[in-house]
Design a protein around this ligand. Sequence first.
Ligand SMILES: Nc1ncnc2c1ncn2[C@@H]1O[C@H](COP(=O)(O)OP(=O)(O)OP(=O)(O)O)[C@@H](O)[C@H]1O
Length: 863
Amino acid sequence: MYSRYVPPPKGDSIPSNTESIVSSQLPQVPPKPQPTAYARYVPPPKSSQSTSLHVTAPQHVRFGGEEEADQEEPPAKRVKLVQNEAAIQLSDQEISKKSKKKKRKSVQSDVTVDSTATVGGSGGEEIKVQIEEHEDIANGLEDTKTQQGPGSPISQAEKLSPLLEEPKAEEASKRRDKKKKKKTKDDGESSGHIEDSIPLRHKAILEKKAKSIQKAPEPTPEDITMDDVAPEADHDASQQKTPEIELHGLEPIPQPEPVAVDTSTPSYETLPPWLASPIRISQGSFAPFTDFGLSPELGITPDIAERLTSKGYKQAFAIQTGVIPLLLPNHCKKMQGDVLVSAATGSGKTLAYTLPMVRDISQSSRHSTKLRALIVVPTRELVRQVQQVCEDCAGIFALDGAKRRPRIAMAMGSQSFEHEQTFLIEREEIYDPGLYRQKVKRLARLSGQDQDTSDDEDSGYNTEDEERDAIRRREDKLPTLPDHVIAYKSKVDILICTPGRLVEHIKFTPGFCLDFVRWLIVDEADKLLGQNFQQWLDIVIPRLQSGERIGTRNHKQSNLSGVRKVILSATMTRDLDQLEGLKLRRPNLVVLEGTKAQDQAKDDVNQQEHSLPGLLEEAALKVSDANLKPLFLIDLLRSHYVLNKGGDADGITSEDDGTSSSGTDSEMDSDVEPADLKKPVKPFKTPSEAQGTPTVLIFTKSNETTLRLSRLLSLLAPTLEPFIGTLTSTTPYTSRRDTLRSFNTGKLRIIVASDLVARGIDLPSLDHVINYDMPSSIASYVHRVGRTARAGNTGKAWTLFTNPEARWFWNEVASEKIIQRNKPVERIRITEEKEDAFDDKVAAYEAALQKLGQEAGQGRHKG
Ligand SMILES: Nc1ncnc2c1ncn2[C@@H]1O[C@H](COP(=O)(O)OP(=O)(O)OP(=O)(O)O)[C@@H](O)[C@H]1O
């Protein structure tokens, strides 16, 4: 459709802009159709599917369709546009004329009347209002106006009133001038035809809009030539082509074929084979000691087995059946390697390594004493314990016609360093002119008198080994007889030590060398590797890899040379980074399976990191008020569960059979009261009665808590006082040794201890372990409770937990995901806070606390 331009009649007194003003004031008048563009009709889609597709099509195929675009605009917008265009055409003069005419007509016009009435003032003011109104429109303030309706007197008044202010009037005047210039320019461009300018501006706006909402597809060549096609052909073409275009835009992006998830088990291992497939030993596999070894001479002879029996070792425990054969001499083609052992607490790991090691040293070290074996353990108590087992074995082999009974020593800092040195190393002066000359040369070089720089190893100080260098310098300066030098001899074959003390001897003991060492045992390895006390590994391992003389580390009965390493723990680390420091050679991992392992899937067993002794029973009781924790402990000790062994119920009875170790804290708060808890508890009275009572080891979180709790127990239960011992790292070593001895002989029945004795300590007569404070880790729990139920005996472990500790305890410690155990952890309740007697207990507790405070005050005073 085309519009023809019709010029205005020559003598027409009403300018076109006047129409615009009128139209701006009377928005209900429809805008005049503008004739400069045409639009092609796009018929609606036929099918419902194509309807949706056609939404964007008209945007794509429309060409300058201003009329259609106008029709698509909402009425208010159209009015705005007309007002806008009209306002631009205004000149001051025209406005003035118009205003005067309008003023005359305004009586009939509601809008004008209301507007002027609102503003008020003279006719001049009215004119100003009109001008400002048009300027507002031209400056794009139409939006609000459109919302309220262009003719709304309220909206106009609201808009106009601020514009009447002085400074704004000035601004408005400037803007007017600008607009005048612009209008003159526009007039020139449009040959003075207002009608032309309106559609042009519409066209620009619509083009912008069309661009902004246009879809991605590029117009095809057919689209571009559509102008030349007849409307009918256009119509058909658009019907045929539109779906293609739109389908193109809305078509889903092609997706790759979904890849099937591979559920097959990988044929490769990320772990080294020895760690991925350890040697598994089942708990029931006991065997006679004579079964091991290639022949009786290379193994345990019947005589040795007999003596072992006399020491209480009737047959080899399961882990011993797995480890001892690996450590005995072997002439197989396959070279023997290092052995890692992961087995539950109390399973007999100590004998598993001491027996073959002592046997080797007894058999092969015929003539001289050399340091051939190092056993490193974390605590002094363990040093002494291992030393006793070693001595037992050394005695057994000595009686069997061993070449020589190995000498065993301890280095743990219980004695002065100098004293230990004299135990370890023998110092003597020997006649050796050659060595004497070297010594003199070294001293001359040191003082700068000798300029000879020949590369003689013994004539200088070895700069790679600073400690040894420093020792040599000190020793060289000591006076000797002419042609005599100081020589050192090891006094021990086997040294059992803590890592810190070992490092000290390496650094500061003259003649202490590891050149002949061919056994390195690391017990409680996860602890020693995890903390690497004084970087002991970095100091020890390099000295085991080198040696001054070839062949000093030969295992004569095996085709093997070098240091054999045996690494053990009940919570063995699988961390390769930690094990890396040990520089293992051809390692084998031996794992003692839990008793339930055969019934479990292999994956489950692999995921369970630790296992507990088969006959260990565990229970936990909630401490509802952490401030009264000692009262809960006293109640547990006095209950039939622990000290009152003669009571009717001496086994663990669960509070609620329906609950399991995976339960939540709320379940633990169950009000269900077990019937057996109401049974009378026999009080713990006299020392004579105490003789038949069980033994208890109570773990706390720190030395301070240990001392405090021990005293509190004595105050709260004075009858217990003579039977309570205390073990902390601050207790003098001799007192600690005495306490353990008294406990093993039955003089003491209760030990309150820090984690000092959580690992390795063997207390054969221990019945109960109580975790008064929650252990700091799962491994710590395993070691603590593992002080009981050792060597195939029964034992019970109790854990007191507070509300915040409940989640971790039940989800981690008591969960069977991490720890293999025979029975789930049970729950018990002993202290009943609703009882009348409870108030008396609390009063007694408060009195005990007061006394404790006084004692502490007096202690401080004395100190
Ligand atoms: N073959 C055996 N026959 C009888 N008793 C044994 C045998 N082997 C070891 N024992 C005893 O078992 C107890 C525990 O042994 P040991 O201390 O070596 O355990 P462990 O595995 O090192 O425990 P932990 O991990 O706590 O250090 C000791 O009292 C020991 O005397």
